[in-house]
Design a protein around this ligand. Structure first.
Ligand code: CP
Length: 312
């Protein structure tokens, strides 16, 4: 079975069939990660460049581990140590990397649409590892894998995403994908941190955490980007913590069968208290483990496009 997409640029418009194919394939790779030797020859001979123009801990390490566990040849590019500092454009950087016969490019960039833009100029398969406030598709796919691992379904699940929805690429990818999978999605945050066009998203939206959390199965807590305070979006971190921070007493509002998620990095004691982040219902570290298997699945499935192109 092949994906119907050539690149993974976002989840908006990606079919349920494609998402489920990634999740099913990730299940096999997840088993490989439990073996003493966590490596398979699947991508031997495939060269992958990781272009990170923005800081990342989880996504960068997770992609690199996924690539190495599939036996791909990996090159890492960091914007700080590149010729971008000398004025080279993004297209020229990418074309030069492609000229070195790179098959796949994993890219994080501050500009929304950067991965889609490059996909028009290079023939390598592109994977978006987060583009500004637009999308973070592999984070959402690992969220879906973790939800499915716990509930074994998406229909009739109530998923509440709490925090800075306006600037969150994770929220957007989660919303598009979860709606496609049939979950009921709600978002909650200060009105200043909800997009102005939230009504067009087709999700419930709240500014009252207690109302939003009632009966939820999944609470996905987003990182508060601390610079939002100085940008005037919230009056103070103290008030944000008071009104939107997820605390232990909130857990009693949820459905009996619930999990707590966070894409990381966590501001402990601001958007989530340590006792909730570390409670037995928290799957935050399982998300990180599942991320490697999901990225292995994405890279493997998209690499089928390289084989098809070679055969043609
Ligand atoms: N979740 C996530 O994207 O984390 P990083 O910014 O550390 O990659």
């Amino acid at each position: 079975m092949n994906l119907s997409i050539k690149h993974l640029l976002g989840l908006e418009g990606v079919s349920r069939k494609d998402i489920l194919l990634v999740l099913d394939t990730a299940r096999s790779f997840r088993q490989i990660l439990e073996r003493p030797v966590k490596k398979v020859p699947t991508l031997r001979g495939v060269t992958i460049a990781n272009l990170f123009f923005e800081p990342s801990t989880r996504t960068r390490i997770s992609f690199e581990l996924a690539e190495k566990r599939l036996s791909a040849d990996v090159v890492n590019f960091s914007a700080d140590a590149s010729s971008l500092k000398k004025g080279e454009t993004l297209i020229d950087t990418a074309r030069n990397i492609e000229a070195m016969k790179v098959d796949m490019v994993v890219m994080r960039h501050a500009y929304p649409g950067a991965a889609q833009f490059l996909s028009r100029y290079v023939s390598s398969v592109m994977v978006n590892a987060g583009d500004g406030a637009h999308e973070h598709p592999t984070q959402a796919l690992l969220d879906f894998y973790t939800i499915r691992e716990h509930f074994d379904r998406f229909r009739d699940l109530r998923v509440v995403i709490v925090g800075d929805i306006k600037h969150s690429r994770v929220a957007r990818s989660d919303i598009w994908g979860l709606k496609t999978l049939g979950a009921s999605v709600a978002v909650c945050g200060p009105s200043t941190l909800l997009p102005r066009y939230i009504d067009t998203f087709g999700v419930d939206h709240f500014t009252d955490v207690e109302k939003a959390l009632k009966g939820a199965n999944v609470v996905n807590v987003l990182r508060l980007q601390l610079e939002r305070q100085t940008s005037g979006y919230i009056p103070s971190l103290r008030e944000y913590r008071e009104y939107f921070g997820i605390k232990k007493h909130h857990l009693s509002l949820l459905d009996k069968n619930h999990i707590i998620m966070h894409p990381g990095p966590i501001n402990r004691g601001i958007e989530i208290t340590p006792e909730v982040a570390d409670c037995e219902d928290s799957v935050i570290l399982q998300q990180v483990t599942n991320g490697v298997a999901v990225r292995m699945a994405v890279l493997y499935l998209l690499s089928q496009n390289l084989r098809t192109a070679t055969e043609e």
